[in-house]
Structure formats: C-alpha cells, structure tokens
Design a binder for this molecule. Structure first.
Ligand code: G6P
Length: 443
C-alpha cells in the first residue's frame, strides 16, 4: 500500500463532517487516508471537538488506521496535505440569517447564495479563501483545493481570477441531487441515469438525460410537471413548475432556478416562512442544535439519519467520489466547477463553470458543450457577470463595484433598491468585511 493520504478539512466543525467521514470510510480501500485534519477557528472550537470526537468514534468502529487530528492551527494542518477541502461559513449561521432576512424588507429574495445574500456571502468568504490559497502555495503546493464553501461558483471564479492558484475544484451536491431525483422519478437505480450538466453553480441545467444510454429528457420533463415532483432540495420549497414552460424549455432546471423563474412565488414563500417558522438559517440553527446534541452521545458511532434533513444530501458522495477519482486517475465523468477552457461557448474561457468533466489526476477536463440553448444563455451570462463583478468587489473592497454587482443581479429591481440593501447589509456584516471597513477583524 502507498504511504496514504493527508486530507485537511477547513470548517471541520461543520455539522456535515460526519457525512464526509462516512464517505471516506466507505472508500478506504481505494482512498487510503492516513491523516485527516479537521480545522476550525476559535468560535467553532466546541463544535470541532464534538464532531471531531464523533469522527474518531466512526473511524474506530470501522477499524481503520486513519488518524483524526483536530486543530485551530490551519497552517500546521496544511503542511504537506494532498487534498484540502473547505466547508466553512464566515460569521456562522447568524450571518446567513441576516442574508436571508434583510433583503425581504425590500421585497427582494433573501437567500444564501442568490441575490443580495449571495453577494454578501461572497464578500465575506472570498478574502478568507484567498488567504487559504496563499497558505497552500507555501505549505502544500502540490495539493488540490476542493471547495464546498458557498457561494461555490463565485469562490471558484475568485480563485481562478485573483490568485495564482489553479488547482481548485468547486463542488456542489445539486447535480448529484438532480440525478438522484430523476432516478426516483423514473423508479430506476441512479447508476442507470446519466445527465449532461452545463451552466454555473446553483444555475446548472440538465441539458439531456439518458437512461441506459437512451434519451429520456422529455419523459423526465413530463414527470417534473407534476405539482409535487420532489425535484428539489430540503432547503428549497417544492413549488411546481408551469408544465408548458418546462416543456418549452426542454431542459432540466436546477432547484435554485425557482428563484429566477418563479421569483414572486418564492418571495411570498420566504416572507411567510420568515414570519412563521423562521428563515432557512433559523430553521437550520435549531436542526444543528439537535444534531450536536446527538453527536455528543459517546455511544453514537455512525452518521445519524437526522442529518438528512439538511440541504446537503449526497454531499459526501460527491466530495469523496471526486477525490477518489482524482487520486486513482479514474477518468470517469463528474459534474464540477472548474475553468471553462472553451467548454461552454458563451462563457469566457477563464471563468468558472459547472459542467461535466473527465476527472483525472491532473484535475477535471471539461467536456465540450458548445453553446447553451438560447433561452437559458442570457441568464447564465448575467449571473456570470454578477459573479465576476462580485469577486472583484470582494478582492478590492470597493463600494462602487459592490453596488454594481448588487444592481446587475437579476433579483434586484433597481440601483436605488440595490444601494439601500447594500448599505444595510454592509453595516450588518461589518465585522466580517475588513476590506470595506479597514479596522474590522477577519474571522
Ligand atoms: C443545497 C446546496 C448547498 C447548500 C445547502 C444548504 O444542498 O447545494 O450549496 O449549502 O443546500 O442546506 P441547508 O440545510 O444548510 O439549508
């Protein structure tokens, strides 16, 4: 056996970590991990210890020689890593709750990765990722960064455009969620379903769907026209599509497309939630408390099924399959976020896209798509422009650039409203935006 791998997970105290551990345990034969380092910050120390202890129990139960290390010292962990995964949330769930609530006051969608919330999350997150990449250049220059931190598309774009680091793959569970959903609709094993994915993160389309190699796109669309088709994620309301629209689109939208094609209904739904059960972050805060109570149980040695109430279903499958394929140079096809390199004609070559790729030791090689269908192209380009301008604002801390990003986002109605929301949100997130407020501390 080879010497084994060193994997570092930044944001290791996340409630999702047991998913990842389960995935690594399942794949140990082909992914022999020697050291797994879970890293967090001071504010996440307690969570890191709870989840880290569970991780150790899970590994012990599996009888595997994986060393699990817990640390608040990121640089110590990064030295000589082979893969670094990132799954952190700057400002924790409290910051997400602000991203969800503040825009609602202005009758604008409040969401973690879309609209104003996505912008502010990007502004908080991108400087931290660029700091990690700097450390990686010095401490583990041969490692791959597998980024799961949202907004994953914007983060990948920022690293590609604003650092010298090229070994980044952005990863999301939306494509695998769509594939699983389709398998359920067709009542078949997921392995028989193949989807041609193309677009951007949280803006990806299934252009064609195959069952055992036969094109079943129209059949799937037909089934998706049912009012509660189940083709969504736990964090996005299953509001049905207009059948005629879906049929004319001729492609499978992702659950997040509802924010763009059903904006008024989604906004009404969010407002109702905010007034009753709470926004998604507020719901998740309660779920997390329950999860951490379970994780504390010294007799718990497996990933508890309650974790499935979170939106990140299949996350470990996506992450572990990717790392396993890269490590073993499998050259299989998986949808990830990577540099476009001409795969999607209407997106700049240097930009990040979410697209099917051949997964190799040297990284993902995108499969050429040609152009996107005309009806989807404009929105995808607009979101790409938004991501680019947002990344620039995150790097420069320039107010006008941030306002430009906010205004060109299709969910924001005007420059005036954009300015009002931006001003309120910058102020609300001040402590995590040192590039806009010189004296704040980066958490
Ligand atoms: C989906 C998205 C993820 C996101 C998650 C939120 O799965 O693809 O990017 O992080 O939902 O789930 P949560 O349970 O935190 O609302």
């Amino acid at each position: 056996m080879s010497k084994g791998l060193k994997i570092v997970t930044i944001g290791g105290g996340s409630s999702y970590t047991p998913e990842l551990i389960e995935g690594f345990i399942k794949r140990y034969e082909s992914l022999p991990i020697r050291e797994l380092w879970l890293v967090d910050i001071e504010a996440g120390k307690e969570k890191l210890e709870i989840v880290g202890d569970l991780a150790k129990r899970m590994v012990k139960k599996a009888g595997l020689p994986i060393e699990v290390h817990l640390t608040l010292d990121r640089r110590k962990a990064l030295r000589d890593a082979d893969f670094v995964t990132t799954q952190f949330r700057v400002g924790l769930l409290a910051a997400r709750a602000k991203d969800e609530r503040i825009p609602l006051k202005y009758d604008v969608i409040g969401q973690e990765t879309n609209g104003p919330g996505g912008l502010l999350k990007g502004l908080r997150t991108i400087p931290v990722i660029l700091g990690i990449v700097k450390d990686m250049e010095e401490l583990c220059p041969d490692a791959w960064l597998i980024n799961f931190t949202n907004p994953a598309g914007m983060v990948t774009e920022a690293v590609l455009r604003h650092s010298n680091w090229t070994k980044i793959v952005g990863l999301c569970n939306v494509p695998i969620g769509i594939r699983m959903g389709i398998a359920k609709l067709l009542e078949v094993e997921p392995e028989r379903v193949f989807v041609d994915f193309a677009g951007l993160n949280h803006m990806v389309f299934g252009l064609q769907v195959y069952l055992d190699g036969n094109d079943v796109t129209n059949e799937v669309i037909e089934k998706m026209c049912e009012p509660k088709s189940g083709m969504t994620m736990k964090n996005i309301a299953d509001i049905g599509w207009e059948p005629e629209f879906l049929k004319a689109l001729g492609a499978i939208p992702c659950p997040y497309h509802r924010y763009y094609y059903k904006t008024d209904q989604m906004l009404a739904n969010e407002k109702e939630d905010a007034a009753t059960n709470g926004t998604r972050a507020e719901v998740v805060q309660k779920l997390e408390e329950e999860l951490f109570e379970l994780y504390k149980d010294p007799d718990l040695e497996i990933k508890p099924p309650q974790l499935e109430k979170r939106g990140g279903a299949y996350y470990s499958d996506a992450a572990c399959s990717l790392i396993e394929s890269m490590y073993n140079d499998r050259r299989d096809i998986q949808p990830v976020n990577t540099i476009n390199n001409g795969a999607i004609a209407s997106i700049p070559n240097e930009s990040a896209v979410e697209v099917n790729c051949v997964i190799t030791k040297e990284g993902p090689k995108p499969v050429a798509v040609g152009d996107l269908p005309v009806a989807t192209r404009g929105l995808v380009q607009q979101i790409k422009s938004f991501e680019r301008v947002a990344a620039e604002a995150a790097v420069t801390g320039d107010y006008n650039t941030a306002l430009l990003a906010m205004t060109i986002n299709p969910l924001v109605p005007s420059d005036k409203v954009a300015k009002e929301i931006l001003d309120e949100m910058l102020e609300a997130h001040k402590e995590h935006l040192p590039q806009f407020f010189g004296d704040a501390v980066l958490a």
